[in-house]
Ligand binder design. Sequence first.
Ligand SMILES: Cc1cc2nc3c(=O)[nH]c(=O)nc-3n(C[C@H](O)[C@H](O)[C@H](O)COP(=O)(O)OP(=O)(O)OC[C@H]3O[C@@H](n4cnc5c(N)ncnc54)[C@H](O)[C@@H]3O)c2cc1C
Ligand code: SF4
Length: 327
Amino acid sequence: MEYMPEFRLCAPASVDEAVGLAAADAGARYLSGGTDLVVNVRRGIERPAALIDLSAIGELKDIDEDDGGLRLGAGVVLRDLAENETLRRDFAAVAEAALAVAGPTHREYATLGGNLCLDTRCLFYNQSEWWRGANDYCLKKEGETCHVAPKGSFCFAAFSGDVAPALLVSGAEVELAGPEGRRRIPLAELYNDDGMDHLALKAGELVAAVHLPGAVAGVPSAYAKARVRGSIDFPLAGAAVALAMKGGGVEDLRVGLTAVGPRPFLVEDTERFADAPLDGAALDDLREMVRAQAQPMRTTTVAPWYRRRVAGNLARRLAAGLAAASP
Ligand SMILES: Cc1cc2nc3c(=O)[nH]c(=O)nc-3n(C[C@H](O)[C@H](O)[C@H](O)COP(=O)(O)OP(=O)(O)OC[C@H]3O[C@@H](n4cnc5c(N)ncnc54)[C@H](O)[C@@H]3O)c2cc1C
Ligand code: SF4
C-alpha cells in the first residue's frame, strides 16, 4: 500500500452542493464509506484531485415508504439495510445481500451507493503499484495489454458488488442527481458491459437513491454467494432469485447474477418457466441456463469454470428453496 496522496477533501451538506463541486472539478471523486475507493487510492489505482465526501448529506441516509415500496437513500449503510424490518419482510434478497458484503466493520461504513458504484475487480488490477508496475500494468490502467485475454482490447474485470443482483430481481430503479438535474432509470441501465467503463453515469452524476416498487413487495426472494473466505470476501459468483408461484405453477421467476462479468445482470428467458411447476427437471434447466449466460473470465485466483458452475448451482438451490416454501 502507498501512503495517502495529497487531495482536497470537500464535505458538502446537500446533494446540489455535491453535484456543483463535482461539476467544477473533473478530477474529483465522490466518497461514501470509502471501503472501496480508499483501498484503490492507497494502491495508486485512483489519484483523485479532490474527494467529495457524501457522508454528511442527510437526504442520502433515509429509508422511506414509497407508494407501497421503499425509497432507499444511497448513503444508507449496509448494516442498516440488513437490519431493516420492512426490507427483510418485503425484499428479503436485498437485506440478505447487504448482510453478505465484506465483514461487520465494513458494513458499518459501506453504503448502498458505494456498493452499486464500486469499481470492477481483477487479479491483475487490485494489486499494489509496484506489483502492477512489475507486470507492465494492464489495459484497464496505465498498460497496453489485458493479461486475461492478451489478444483482445476488452477488459473483463468483474463487477463484484453483492447488492445489485438482489435489487435487479426486485425491479429496482435508481434516482440519479447531476448537473442537468435528476433522472430515474432502471438499475440495469446503470451498467455497461465493459470492465473499464462499467457505469453509465454522466459527468458529475451521483446515485441519490434506489426505488423498490410496491408491486414486487412481498414476492419471496433470496441471495447467496460463493467466496473464498466465508467471513469476509467478495463474491466469486453471486445469485439472487425472486419467485412468485400461483396455483402450483411459476407466475414470475427472476434470477440476477454478479461477479461473473463486468456488470450485474438479469438472466434472460426465465419467462419460459411460466405456468409450469418448478420441478427437478425445470430446476436443472434453470441451472444450465444460468451457467450458459454467466461468462466469468480468469479475473480471480479461482478458475472461471468453477465460478460458472457454482453460479448455476446457487440459482438452482435458491429457486428450489423458494419453491418448496411457497404455499
Ligand atoms: C476486505 C474487503 C472486502 C470486501 N468485500 C466485499 C463483498 O463481499 N461484497 C461487496 O459487494 N463489496 C465488498 N467490498 C467492497 C466495499 O466494501 C463495498 O462494496 C461497499 O459497499 C462500498 O461502499 P462504500 O460506501 O464504502 O463505497 P466507496 O468506497 O465510498 O465508493 C466506491 C465507489 O463508488 C463511488 N460512489 C460512492 N457513493 C456514490 C454515490 N452515491 N453515487 C455515485 N458514486 C458513488 C465512489 O466514487 C467510488 O468510485 C470489500 C472491501 C474490502 C476492503
Ligand atoms: S481483465 Fe484485463 S484489462 Fe481488465 S483489469 Fe484484468 S488484466 Fe486488466
